[in-house]
Design a protein around this ligand. Structure first.
Ligand code: PRT
Ligand code: ZN
Length: 300
């Protein structure tokens, strides 16, 4: 059995918005884990890969400190940590590998309904409440604005009502929390989603090989999410038009159909969503017997 040092450690949020998606993604890469409810550690049963379950805010630092080899968390936390480390004169020792297409949100500035805002200048000498002090400071610096940053670790949205701030800078997804607190979004500082980061420390051949394999599987899992296998019959003369209509498909397989002169079977992997409209357009171009199947696994 491998020693603990040879096992790949991945930091994942313990309990929150990203937890289920992160674990599901790793399981779809073939990882089998046992997860006890309050445990901070998940042991990989079929691969030398373990999960460390922690607060999302700690994930980039754990990877930068080489305590974990990889981590899954929001770009918002990664960028906040990168700027925080830069402010203390340290280069963050992690690299961004993939965007994972979940946990979408944005870091936005908002003010009470009716607030005057016609660009960053409107923030001059105002008090802005946030838990993202480094991202906000960076935004103000880029726009040469001097304003007061008021740190709150939570419930940032209620600070204007309490008279503690003029604006807030917080994460937004649907916008309903802002609206419920009488706030209106005025600017976006960062578009965010969950990403996977990797340490920049050398891992050694065996561990690096395993990380590369995991990343290749992850890439496959992400690619098949939208992918569909499409099969149809078509007249040979319509092939060019049909190929152009197949969303995100590489060169399709074209097979002769037994007993016909000019009709062929076309099989292709489409890497984008196949809408009903696409099928209707294919039919209008001469296609028939259309079948759309899910793709379970893909290895490029
Ligand atoms: O305990 P721990 O520190 O791990 O968790 P946490 O409470 O800090 O984080 P959590 O689970 O709330 O969020 C984890 C990550 O999910 C964030 O860092 C983002 O990358 C991402 N994410 C996506 C969000 C949201 N969407 C989101 N809507 N994080 C927070 N919110 C908040 C938002 O600030 C607002 O207060 O949810 C509230 C509802 O949002 P609306 O706009 O839909 O009303
Ligand atoms: Zn957090």
């Amino acid at each position: 059995m491998e020693s603990q040092a040879q096992r790949v450690k991945i930091a994942v949020q313990k309990s929150g918005r990203l937890t289920e998606h992160s674990i599901d993604l790793l399981q779809r890469c073939g990882l089998k884990i046992t997860r006890s409810k309050d445990s901070l550690f998940c042991y990989g049963e079929n691969m030398p890969v373990d999960l460390l379950l922690v607060r999302d805010d700690d994930i980039p630092q754990l990877v930068a400190d080489d305590i974990c080899d990889m981590g899954i968390c929001g770009l918002n936390i990664v960028e906040e940590t990168r700027l925080k480390l830069a402010a203390s004169g340290t280069n963050a020792l992690f690299k961004q590998v993939f965007e994972l297409d979940f946990g979408h949100c944005r870091l936005a500035l908002a003010g009470p309904k009716g607030t005057h805002f016609d660009g960053p200048d409107s923030l001059k000498n105002k008090r802005i409440a946030t838990s993202y002090t480094n991202l906000l400071r960076n935004y103000l610096k880029l726009n040469s604005i001097s304003a007061e940053i008021v740190y709150f670790s939570g419930a940032v949205e209620i600070t204007p009502q309490l008279g503690k701030a003029d604006f807030v800078c917080d994460l937004v997804s649907t916008g309903s929390t802002l609206a419920a607190n009488g706030l209106v979004e005025v600017a976006t500082l960062l578009e965010s989603e969950a990403i996977i980061i990797q340490t920049q420390a050398p891992l050694g051949d065996a561990k690096q090989g395993l990380v590369d394999r995991l990343l290749q599987r992850l890439d496959g899992v992400l690619q098949v999410r939208e992918s569909k296998y499409i099969m149809l019959h078509a007249p040979r003369h319509a092939l060019l038009e049909i190929q152009a209509l197949l969303p995100g498909a590489e060169a399709p397989t074209v097979l002769p159909l037994e007993g016909t002169d000019d009709r062929v079977a076309v099989h292709a992997v489409c890497r984008e969503t196949v809408f009903w409209e696409t099928l209707e357009n294919l039919k209008a171009a001469g296609a028939s017997s259309l079948l759309v199947l899910p793709v379970e696994k893909m290895l490029a």
